[in-house]
Design a protein around this ligand. Structure first.
Ligand SMILES: [Mg+2]
Length: 332
């Protein structure tokens, strides 16, 4: 045996004939497969539907419970499953029957009594197809990851965090409650790049993303907003909760210098916090603007601090410009 399959590769044999089943079990076991052997079609379907189902299957045509082609049809109907390569085992040699077997979604067939070399060829083709399929799936997952994550830090990208903000604001409009946003900007980050070089700056950004990640809950969304700016969407947070989280983040960044090849780099951040809640409903743009204004005030106050946006005064708009947009467009 020159080629051995990976030890974890398993194969299902569904065959009611005891002699034939044992023969298949012995041969495939010798080739290194973990063999799952069953003797009826319903049991075969149960195995193939299960979690951790084998990706290769040899199904006898005539079996109690359910015939091989029907098992095959049912497997093909399952949505969102990794591919199962299915070989039908049959004593039938009439061409019409074989076509019917293939139409059920089988990948190939093997006539009984089978020849070991032919079995091996079929199984190897199956291995190749399953591997190709798995590679395609992995490539698609990789693409999805790249489309949604920041390449440098591995956290969500700007598009995803803005989507999360939109979603949370819509949820708040439907169900009430509150939404918090925290905008974080590293202080004098340009100096890190200028003094130590961009590779060092990248290490700092990655470490900051990691530290910020350790401050959020599983249902918060942390993303990279721009160069050295990060944005967090905090569902159901009131002002006190959002400000407390921002303080934890500020401290996580400030407390320990970041280890780089150029030595330890000390950095701080300024944070702006804004919350939509307590009876006032802000749209994503307004919330972002408030967080941004608060961040600006934190910078003006001397950096390395958190600022909370004051509640918006809903009453008595002083001029035409301060009337909310929907009202203005409604009056035109
Ligand atoms: Mg049979």
């Amino acid at each position: 045996m020159t080629e051995q399959p990976k030890p974890e590769r398993s194969i299902l044999i569904a065959e009611d004939d005891l002699v034939s089943r044992h023969l298949l079990e012995t041969i495939l076991g010798k080739w290194g497969y973990r063999v799952i052997a069953v003797s009826d079609g319903l049991e075969a379907l149960r195995v193939l539907k299960g979690d951790d189902a084998p990706s290769l299957a040899i199904l006898d045509w005539m079996m109690p419970g359910m015939e091989g082609p029907e098992v095959c049809r049912r497997v093909r109907e399952l949505p969102q499953r990794p591919y199962t390569y299915i070989v039908l085992l049959t004593a039938r040699t009439q061409q019409g029957d074989l076509l019917r077997g293939l139409e059920s979604g089988a990948d190939g067939y093997l006539t009984k009594p089978f020849d070991a070399e032919e079995l091996r060829a079929r199984v190897h083709v199956g291995e190749r197809i399953v591997n190709l399929q798995n590679n395609l799936l992995a490539a698609r997952e990789e693409l999805e990851f790249r489309a949604t994550h920041d390449a440098l830090t591995g956290i969500w990208n700007r598009g995803v965090v803005l989507d999360a903000l939109q979603r949370e604001c819509s949820r708040q409009a439907r169900e009430g409650g509150s939404v918090g946003t925290i905008m974080i900007d590293l202080d004098h980050f340009k100096q890190v790049n200028d003094t130590h070089g961009h590779p060092c700056g990248d290490i700092v950004l990655r470490e900051i993303a990691r530290r910020l990640g350790s401050c959020v809950r599983p249902y918060d969304t942390l993303g990279r907003y721009g160069g050295e700016e990060f944005l967090v969407v905090v569902p159901s947070a009131d002002s006190v909760g959002a400000l407390r989280m921002a303080e934890r983040m500020r401290e996580a960044i400030r407390a320990t210098p970041i280890t780089t090849q150029q030595g330890p780099v000390r950095i701080t951040a300024s944070l702006g916090v804004a919350v939509s809640g307590n009876g006032q409903l802000l749209n994503p743009e307004a919330l972002l603007r408030l967080a941004d204004d608060a961040l600006y005030r934190a910078k003006a106050r001397g950096r390395n601090c958190c600022e909370l946006a004051p509640p918006v005064e809903p009453e008595a708009p002083a001029s035409e410009e301060q009337v909310p947009a929907p009202l203005r467009s409604g009056s035109q």
